[in-house]
Design a protein around this ligand. Structure first.
Ligand SMILES: Nc1ncnc2c1ncn2[C@@H]1O[C@H](COP(=O)(O)OP(=O)(O)OP(=O)(O)O)[C@@H](O)[C@H]1O
Length: 351
């Protein structure tokens, strides 16, 4: 629970991460949504269990907060094996990876978050480890360097990435099962909101739960976060029971609009429309105009805007769709394009 939550609720201190952990489903059957992924994964795990073998390596791709870490934990739990967690940015050298791999126990599940951000030499070490359960430890430098092969215990790698396109082909090919996690639909998120409300002891009516779900950008982590915000609001401004009106007022206060667009989404959209006439504009230029890193705009804001039909990625840059102008209540500029072209065929994408 954050400082702000502590002030208003007076509950025992638990940080946001602890709440996240408490809300995570622990079994595949409790994991809501992602029907196809769940079914496919269940087959991979249960057939491996039946054969008494370690399952194939699993790659989970999808945006932030869609449940990749949760699924990795569930995989370890379903297999009854320990889970080791590390991340791409923590592996700066091949030696960092060797240290992790050489201490894995038989059948252990290794969760490698943000796998696309791992250092290149480590990536090459991982190829061999995934395929042959072996690493080559290089001793010495220059012409006298020698590679000493070291066997490691069979393990299952669960890699997670928000940018599957950035993974080199040889790495992607070594995963026996690749799951793409998509945004959740509002009905699934509503179940998640009600489940979390039950676990957190939040009293919420069905229409309010549906409203929170609808405004959660298709993302369970956001659904859980918004639930806590409306809970705060209901506790401070009313008797703690979350009604539809209270939920709406709270979400408006936290600048989540009626379609679930948050401050960053709206800033990106507004910049695209008002500073670049609807595009096309390159990702970096767009990101600078809202004071964010290109990766944040690309990974956090854009997928939802694309999904909502408000923004399109084209080879020449990002463009706003007609729905984007309507969404912000703006009129598209009425300048005719050259020789039958559209108005927005102007700026080449230099990113
Ligand atoms: N299918 C689901 N059912 C119920 N709750 C879920 C589900 N998926 C995710 N959650 C909840 O959403 C929160 C975020 O999930 P998680 O940390 O697994 O996402 P992630 O994809 O690993 O995010 P990131 O890429 O940012 O690390 C968790 O606390 C979990 O409670």
């Amino acid at each position: 629970m954050s400082e702000e939550e502590r002030l208003v609720s007076g509950e025992q201190y638990i940080d946001d991460q602890a709440i996240d952990a408490a809300l995570r489903p622990k079994k595949l059957d409790d994991f809501i949504g992602q029907e196809r992924v769940r079914e496919q994964l269940s087959l991979v795990l249960h057939s491996a269990l039946r054969r008494g073998r370690t399952p194939d390596h699993v790659l989970l791709s999808g945006g932030p907060g869609l449940g990749k870490t949760t699924l990795a934990m569930i995989i370890a739990a379903e297999l009854g094996r320990p889970l080791r967690i590390t991340s791409g940015p923590a592996i700066e050298r091949a030696g960092d990876l060797a240290a992790v791999l050489s201490t894995l126990s038989e059948g252990e599940v290794l969760f490698l978050d943000e796998i696309h951000r791992m250092a290149r030499p480590a990536e090459e070490m991982l190829y061999l480890a995934m395929e042959d359960f072996r690493v080559d430890v290089v001793v010495g430098k220059g012409p006298g360097a020698t590679a000493i092969p070291l066997d490691i215990a069979p393990f299952t790698l669960v890699g997670a990435t928000t940018r599957a396109g950035m993974l080199p082909g040889p790495l992607r090919d070594r995963f026996g099962f690749v799951a793409h996690m998509d945004f959740y639909d509002p009905a699934e998120l509503e179940i998640i909101v009600r489940r979390s409300a039950g676990l957190l002891g939040v009293r919420i009516d069905d229409r309010a739960a549906a409203e929170v779900a609808f405004r959660s950008r298709g993302t369970p982590r956001i659904a859980n976060r918004l639930l806590r915000r409306v809970r705060d609001f209901a506790e401070v401004r009313a008797d703690g029971y979350v009604t539809l009106d209270l939920a709406r007022s709270a979400l408006d206060l936290y600048e989540v609009d009626e379609s679930g667009l948050d401050r960053l989404d709206l800033a990106v959209l507004r910049a695209l429309l008002t500073k670049f006439g609807g595009g096309p504009v390159g990702l970096s230029t767009l990101a600078v105009s809202v004071g964010e890193e290109p990766e944040t705009v690309e990974v956090v804001a854009e997928p939802f805007l694309v999904r909502q039909g408000l923004l399109a990625r084209t080879p020449r840059g990002r463009i706003a769709t007609p729905a984007a102008w309507t969404h912000l209540g703006l009129a598209p500029p009425q300048v005719p394009g050259p020789a039958g072209g559209t108005l927005f065929d102007v700026t080449p994408d230099t990113d």
